[in-house]
Design a protein around this ligand. Structure first.
Ligand SMILES: Cc1cc2nc3c(=O)[nH]c(=O)nc-3n(C[C@H](O)[C@H](O)[C@H](O)COP(=O)(O)OP(=O)(O)OC[C@H]3O[C@@H](n4cnc5c(N)ncnc54)[C@H](O)[C@@H]3O)c2cc1C
Length: 628
């Protein structure tokens, strides 16, 4: 949920506040597992088995990379891996559009992921391994000079101030913090002697990882699951904000307060598009520390994609771009297989026959499907089959609940619009008003959040500028779908004029406009609607109330039982939409590692000890009916 960002130090005010190394839903430390095991498995045979990874996003890249490092008894790669990506580039929702700015750093439009919380231990493991630096230079509201615009009023928020100059948003901020602390405890003041809240138990387990201490963490999170898995964000937060025992001396929230909270959150961006989402998803975000201290990759997240690609090539992975794959409607029809299609191999040789785009046919012993769940559905992975007597009923026949989860899980929309500017006009020396302008605007108007990005670093005021004019999701994104980039820009500009006319003028004067509006490189702007992007069909998974059990079924699908029966299902799912962290790289990357371990196990290799195949799928229960 990358859009949920809060002022720095909103919850964790002290530098040594508790920051978890694991995700609460798995309590598995992927960073440490990878650090300890440069190769996740080994193969004592001298074979080379074939594995297909579908999808070149973060999950497909991590799966292919980890698999490509496994060696056989002669020290060669134990697996031959083909990575099939439908589009003409690797990265998926890691999509950095780069503009050259001679003499300065490249300017980047991050159309997909952009801000990374350091509690993402798997992601930071790869950043460290590949030498990719991060910077805390993201112009979050309140970190840089900010303006709030709510119900036709302008509220300044000077840089460095904890809360906006608005009693309303200050009060909402205090109330929201009080609610989160009531639910999870205070990460700045862990109570080790008489633990009572999730953070207390978790910090104790982090220090002393015994089974007893783990059981206490699980018990504390299970309480959150039972209470909130069937509740919307709106209902959950409003009920708590109306509870005097929770709010203590603070004013109880009114419907108007909920409206303001929906429009602008605590001043840092509105939450209303998230109101229909399961409240547990929001609590999960704070539990895992994803709202905290988010960082930017100054050279673009594409550097992570490039680093993976370089290593995949070095490890002999066959990367096929422009290679969209679908599963054959008749899983057994291998004799008339059209191109770009996968079907079962015959019964004596369990695995899959695939006809690639170039007409070549290949046999694969196992497949990782690392796409969004919507793409999985559209590639026929979950099409219900008529029962036959030979068990080859459905590709996910051994995990039918996962097929249901793929069909059910909610994926939210998201849109972004960026423009390139001749100068960083927000600095006084670069505009005709000779004053510093705001660098962040949050509003209840249609563009919602505007960010002035300085990719050259805080101290460099020269060079071109990048403005993320609008970053919206959910309903706010859907309503833009029918508008062109130009229409959107003009509409947003009208709103900006109301909020800060000087800013609007400076933006207009500095915006790079090309004469070819169809070419974003020349037009100096670009936009994306992820729900309208081929092979994506949405931005990120966020569970609705009642979908935690679906999420459990898709996440744990990689733990498919017994690979040795006659018709093994050697298909393993990966991607942030089958994770506990939809909308975060920290969701996608671990699922790639899970799937890689599962492939390795089903091909009877020796998977390193302490691997994620042992995460207890029944650690938490998600099926308790709600209390009416
Ligand atoms: C607007 C936006 C903002 C975000 N912000 C952040 C952020 O700030 N921080 C953060 O950590 N995360 C953020 N995320 C989330 C992050 O980008 C994703 O979690 C991650 O990139 C998903 O990786 P993935 O491998 O699961 O899926 P994807 O990146 O979607 O990769 C799936 C790949 O499969 C391919 N594919 C689909 N169908 C087929 C087929 N039939 N055959 C072959 N290939 C196919 C697709 O083309 C795609 O390349 C954001 C996402 C979006 C959309």
């Amino acid at each position: 949920m990358p859009m949920m960002h809060l002022p720095r130090g909103f919850l964790r005010t002290s530098a040594d506040a508790f920051r978890p190394k694991t995700i609460i839903d798995t309590l598995f430390d992927y960073g440490t597992f990878l650090n300890k095991n440069p190769s996740i498995a080994s193969d004592s045979r001298n074979t080379q088995l074939e594995v297909l990874v579908i999808g070149g996003g973060a999950a497909g890249l991590s799966a292919a990379y980890e698999l490509s490092k496994i060696k056989n008894s002669s020290g060669k790669s134990a697996l031959k891996i083909t990575l099939a990506e439908a589009t003409d580039r690797l990265g998926g929702r890691m999509d950095s559009q780069i503009y050259l700015d001679p003499g300065y750093k490249n300017k980047i439009f991050e159309l997909g992921c952009m801000r990374f919380p350091p509690t993402s231990t798997t992601l930071y493991h790869y950043f460290n391994e590949f030498g990719i630096p991060t910077t805390p230079n993201f112009p979050d509201p309140g970190k840089v000079p900010t303006t709030l615009y709510y119900m036709n009023d302008v509220y300044p928020w000077p840089a460095g101030q904890d809360t906006p100059d608005s009693p309303l948003f200050k009060r909402l901020g205090e109330g929201f913090k009080q609610i989160i602390t009531y639910l999870l405890g205070d990460p700045n003041a862990i109570n080790y002697s008489t633990p009572s809240k999730l953070f207390d138990f978790w910090a104790i387990y982090d220090k002393t990882p015994t089974e007893t201490n783990k059981a206490a963490v699980v018990k504390a999170w299970q309480i959150m699951i039972d209470r909130y898995k069937d509740t919307t964000f709106y209902t959950g937060i409003f009920q708590l904000a109306r509870n005097p025992a929770v709010m203590q001396k603070l004013d109880l929230w009114t419907t108007d307060d909920m409206n303001a909270f929906g429009a602008l959150g605590v001043g840092s961006g509105g939450f209303s598009p998230l109101f229909p989402i399961n409240f547990l998803e929001i609590i999960r975000l704070f539990a895992n520390g994803w709202e905290d201290n988010q960082e930017l990759v100054a050279d673009g997240i594409v550097t992570l994609v490039n680093a993976f690609e370089k290593r995949l090539i070095a490890n002999g992975v066959d990367i096929r771009l422009n290679q969209p794959l679908t599963f054959a409607n008749d899983p057994t029809n291998m004799y008339f297989l059209p191109s770009n299609t996968i079907c079962w191999e015959d019964t004596n040789k369990p695995g899959y026959r695939v006809k690639l785009k170039d007409g070549t046919e290949k046999f694969f012993n196992a497949i990782v499907v690392a796409t969004t769940t919507r793409a999985m559905e559209l590639m026929n992975l979950t099409v219900p089959r008529k029962a036959t007597d030979n068990l080859r009923v459905q590709y996910l026949s051994k995990t039918p609940q996962a097929a249901v989860g793929i069909r059910n899980l909610n994926i939210i929309s998201s849109s972004k619009l960026f423009v390139l500017t001749k100068k960083k006009f927000w600095y006084s020396k670069n505009n005709r008003f000779k004053r510093d302008l705001v660098q962040n605007i949050q509003t209840d108007g249609l563009f919602r959040g505007l960010y002035c990005l300085n990719y050259d670093g805080d101290s460099q005021q020269d060079g071109k500028g990048v403005v993320l004019i609008s970053y919206v999701w959910g309903d706010d994104s859907d309503r833009l779908l029918a508008m062109s980039a130009q229409d959107r820009y003009e509409h947003f500009l009208e709103v900006i004029k109301q909020i800060d006319p000087d800013f609007a003028k400076a933006l207009e004067e500095n915006r790079i406009t090309g004469n070819d509006a169809t070419d974003p490189w020349k037009a100096g702007r670009n936009y994306i609607d992820w729900q309208d992007t081929p092979y994506q069909y949405g931005a990120f998974k966020l569970n609705y109330p009642g979908q935690e059990a679906n999420c459990h079924d898709v996440f744990f699908q990689y733990q498919t039982p017994s690979p040795t029966i006659k018709y093994p299902q050697n298909i393993f799912l990966a991607g942030d939409s089958v994770s506990w962290a939809g909308g975060w790289l920290e969701g996608a990357l671990p699922t790639g590692i899970n799937a890689a371990c599962a492939v390795s196990q089903c091909l009877e290799q020796h998977v390193a000890t302490g691997n994620p195949l042992n995460i207890g799928a029944s650690m938490y229960q998600y099926d308790k009916p709600p209390v009416i």
